[in-house]
Design a protein around this ligand. Structure first.
Ligand code: GLA
Length: 500
């Protein structure tokens, strides 16, 4: 009897311990999301019960949060992750509960339903943020001599985002080479985020299944007389959560050179977890040095959303262009807010070194053709990179005409490399001017209003000679103008002139 009781209580104890182990949040949990390209997006929840609170960290795509608040326990809990991103605090909130030996966890958008995922236990240490490598001392990286005029080409992100494949890239190269874009100056075919695979045992970055053979792809693009661009991050992860170059800068630059890559867009993303904005220059310099040591001329495009006054140090790290803003969207408000906000940066553009207000949305469907003409005109006045972001295999004749207007492209590609500025503003009507190498000027009459408006310019007010020769670059016609010129400009439209 006593013996039996002993046995029962022992069995009960074993069960209770097992149950307690299962009902224990402590540990490293991972959600593995199949990206269907041979890679997984892993989200880690490193949880620790500490006197009734849940502590620990959350690692999600490019972000690494510390748990700053919690409520509840294994049967139902909420955790808040916080991190500093430059001067801004970012937060994320998850709700979860233990279900058997899984953690069911998710986020809720504006009181909507919980988007729940199943996390399983991962090895301790898996997914931990790598230790910080101290940034190098500053020095000047030599100018690589590339892009004396703003780069022109195509980039995959605006239209394809994470869906881009090698087939798409070949298709874009075919289109550029055959539809007149190459002749108009478009050269770079740039793969943005989500091409990355895992590193091999030697630390060499591999492309994922969407890009089975990067070297062959470069060969194909080169065969069309075009150049191939790629994308990475100084952080452990890219913005989309793929493998970044952190700790592998030299390896990656060498790999890109061996593949035949001609252009690198280098996106801050995951580096925000390890470095402050004050350290950006040193962090970018590391890749500038690596590219210089690779032995291949590779355009260096800095993408850190215009933080830390990048235009002041971009050339020091070997940068050819630097983003001046957050991401553009295919909408009038986004394009206009970004484009008309670039006035103060004019002094920082010069041959080989350009401000980058982000890639073109022309042809992606969110704006009218009139608005896309404004987009193209404004970017040309700004000496901005002309990186088309639409599907070049299936654009309308109107979009093709906007992207290949030689007279407008000549403004963008003017060899003096001066960036234009706002000459005057009257409510929603603005006149911008860009001095050109041959002594002429590009003058743009922008109407930001939602109704047609008359815009008048007086050449003397613009510092231009009276009775100049004036050509309308969208109509491809000379216009008669005396001391003044007045044009009716459509809603959200532009009249772009070359005045000599
Ligand atoms: C950031 C960049 C974008 C694009 C995406 C890719 O948001 O600013 O231009 O490269 O990352 O993940």
């Amino acid at each position: 009897m006593t013996r039996q009781l002993y046995r029962y209580s022992l069995a009960f104890l074993v069960l209770a311990v097992a149950a307690a182990a299962v009902a224990d949040l402590n540990g490293n949990w991972v959600v593995r999301q199949d990206m269907h390209d041979g890679t997984f997006r892993n989200t880690y929840f490193h949880l620790r019960m500490e006197g009734g609170r849940i502590a620990g960290s959350i690692r999600l795509t490019q972000f690494f949060y510390k748990i700053s608040a919690s409520s509840g326990g294994p049967d139902g809990f909420t955790i808040t992750g916080s991190m500093m991103d430059g001067r801004n605090e970012r937060k994320v909130v998850y709700e979860g509960k233990l279900v058997g030996d899984e953690l069911h966890i998710g986020t809720r958008r504006a009181n909507g339903p919980l988007s729940e995922m199943a996390a399983v236990r991962a090895a301790e240490g898996e997914g931990a943020m790598p230790p910080r490598v101290a940034p190098p001392k500053l020095h000047k990286v030599a100018d690589n001599g590339l892009v004396r005029t703003p780069p022109m080409g195509w980039n995959s992100w605006n239209k394809f985002a994470g869906r881009v494949t090698a087939e798409d890239v070949r298709g874009m190269a075919d289109a550029i080479a055959s539809n007149g874009m190459k002749d108009a100056g478009y050269v770079y075919v740039n793969i943005d985020d989500t091409w990355e695979g895992e590193r091999d045992a030697h630390g060499k970055i591999q492309s994922n299944q969407k890009f089975p053979d990067m070297k062959a792809l470069a060969g194909y693009v080169h065969g069309k007389g075009l150049k191939l661009g790629i994308y990475s991050s100084p952080g452990p992860n890219t913005c989309a959560g793929y493998e970044g170059s952190y700790g592998h800068e030299m390896d990656d630059a060498r790999t890109y050179a061996a593949w035949g890559i001609d252009y690198l867009k280098y996106d801050w993303c995951g580096a925000r977890n390890l470095y402050t904005d004050d350290e950006m220059q040193a962090v970018y310099q590391k890749m500038g040095d690596a590219l210089a040591a690779s032995g291949r001329p590779i355009v260096f495009s800095l993408c850190q959303y215009g933080r830390a006054d990048v235009w002041k140090w971009g050339p020091e790290v070997g940068g050819n262009l630097w983003r001046t803003t957050g991401d553009i969207r295919d909408a009038w408000d986004s394009m206009a807010r970004i484009g008309f906000n670039q006035n103060d940066l004019a002094a920082y553009a010069s041959p080989g070194h350009f401000n980058d207000p982000d890639m073109l949305e022309i042809g992606n469907g969110g704006m009218t053709d009139e608005e896309y003409r404004t987009h193209m005109s404004l970017w040309s006045i700004l000496a901005a990179p002309l990186l088309a972001g639409n599907d070049l295999r299936s654009m309308t004749p109107a979009i093709h005409e906007i992207l290949t207007n030689r007279e407008v492209i000549a403004i963008d590609q003017d060899p003096a490399g001066h960036q234009g500025h706002r000459a005057s503003q009257n409510g929603e009507q603005e006149v911008w001017i860009r001095p050109l190498a041959d002594g002429s000027s590009a003058v743009a009459l922008f109407n930001r209003a939602a109704a047609e408006a008359k815009i008048a310019v007086n050449w003397a007010d613009l510092g231009l000679p009276a009775q100049p020769h004036v050509r309308d670059l969208w109509r491809h016609q000379d216009v008669t103008a005396g001391a003044e010129y007045t044009a009716s400009v459509p809603a959200h439209g532009v009249v772009l002139l070359r005045v000599r």
